[in-house]
Structure formats: C-alpha cells, structure tokens
Design a protein around this ligand. Structure first.
Ligand code: DX5
Ligand code: ZN
Length: 221
C-alpha cells in the first residue's frame, strides 16, 4: 500500500491550516513536517510550535523529519497525539542507537534519514530497531530540487534486504517526487513518498495528491 506524505515546507504559510486540511481531506497518509535549523542544513524552516498549532485541525498524522543538529535535545517537543514518526539524520547522531531508543521511549515510531552520499551499509547494526528509513533523493535543505536517480538503488537494496532478512522497517523517499519521476520511484519498492512542491504548487492540491497516488499505484499493478 503506497502512502503519500505532502511536505508542508512548500505550503503557503499564510494559508497553512487551510492547505493542511485540504491535502488531508484528499487522502494524504501523513503531513510531512520538515524542520531545518540553519546548521545541519543551509536553511531555516519552522519549529514545533508551528506544527503544534495545527493540532486542532482535522489533519493526517505527522511524519516529522528533523534536519537539525543535536536532535535528542528537541525530540519531546515534536511528540503530539498526531505524531506518528520522528525521523533523525544518521549524519547528525553520534549515538544513533541511543537516539532511536529515545524516540521510541516517547511513544512514537523511529525513523532514520540518509543523505544522498551516505551509504545504506552504515545502518546495518540498527536495521532491526528502526521503524522507518528515509532515503533523501536530494541534498536536504530546499524544496523544488531534482531527484538524484542513483538514490533509488539504495531503496532497492533496502527493499531486498528486508525481504531476505525479515526486517520490518518502512522505506520513505524525500525530494524531487512529482508526476515525472513517480513511476520510477514507485517501481523501486518504496512505501512512503514525500512530495512538496509537486503538491503545493499545483492549482488543486487535493486533486494532485490523488493524481500522484494513482500514478504510483499504476506501476504496482
Ligand atoms: C528537503 C525536504 C523535503 C522537501 C521535498 O530538504 O526534506 O521534504 O520539502 O520537496 P520537493 O518535493 O519539492 O522536492
Ligand atoms: Zn523532508
């Protein structure tokens, strides 16, 4: 079952609540929450207070992507009734195993993200602990970049590894997913597809979510 997670980074922040409700009504599986600190990535987005102010809306659950240094210091801030995943970057964690346990102790699912230049093998010792692995298909920091095709090989590798070894993690892709790339993305075996600019720059956000899902599912049949 393919899951679609529009990234609110590309939303019109003056109409954030309205747009989050619109994409949720259209059947989005998650609201992807891109948190950037201006240190781990060369951009600053928003923090937990913005995310929490959406709590009162009828929205899909949150898939929180922390592109920040020292994520352990801030994890609790992102835990709400709507938080399903908190995902940290491997590159930002000195004690990754401890951070994964910390996320789980907050009662949410633990994800680990890999930048395009970071190999899958670096996660070998935590594959049985993580609930989700996020493969960055662009260098993180900005929406609207082009997907780096070689990152799909990492998804294929993770998909065959879990089939061989019985690991339970889900695989997410983030960056450059749009109607032009989604067929290749879907064929790679990924479970959750983040789409930022493709959804929020469309004239009809809800219709675009449905179009992306249909295009992704067409490849799986
Ligand atoms: C990039 C973010 C992505 C980004 C995706 O650092 O993690 O979630 O918003 O945007 P698009 O879909 O426009 O590439
Ligand atoms: Zn993201």
């Amino acid at each position: 079952m393919i899951k679609i997670a529009p990234s609110m980074l590309s939303a019109d922040f003056a109409r954030l609540g309205e747009q989050i409700e619109e994409i949720s009504r259209a059947g989005s599986d998650y609201v992807h929450v891109d948190v950037m600190d201006g240190h781990f990535v060369p951009n600053i987005s928003f923090g937990a207070s913005v995310m929490k102010s959406l709590n009162k809306l009828e929205s899909a659950p949150y898939d929180v992507h922390l592109m920040i240094e020292n994520p352990d210091q801030y994890l609790e801030d992102f835990v709400t009734d709507k938080t399903e995943f908190i995902c940290v970057h491997q590159e930002a964690c000195t004690h990754l195993s401890r951070t994964i346990q910390h996320i789980k102790s907050c009662g949410v699912k633990a994800g680990v993200a890999l930048n395009p230049a970071t190999p899958v093998v670096i996660l070998e010792e935590v594959l049985s602990d993580v609930d989700m692995i996020l493969i960055m298909s662009v260098n993180p920091g900005f929406g609207g970049q082009s997907l780096i095709p070689s990152t799909l090989n990492k998804i294929r590798r993770l998909d065959s590894l879990r089939k061989q070894e019985g690991f339970k993690y889900e695989i997410e892709i983030d960056g450059g997913v749009n109607l032009n790339t989604i067929a290749d993305v879907s064929a790679s075996g990924v479970d959750i597809m983040v789409a930022g600019s493709a959804v929020f720059k469309a004239d009809d956000l809800g219709a675009h979510v449905k179009e992306l899902r249909a295009a992704a599912e067409a490849v799986r049949k």
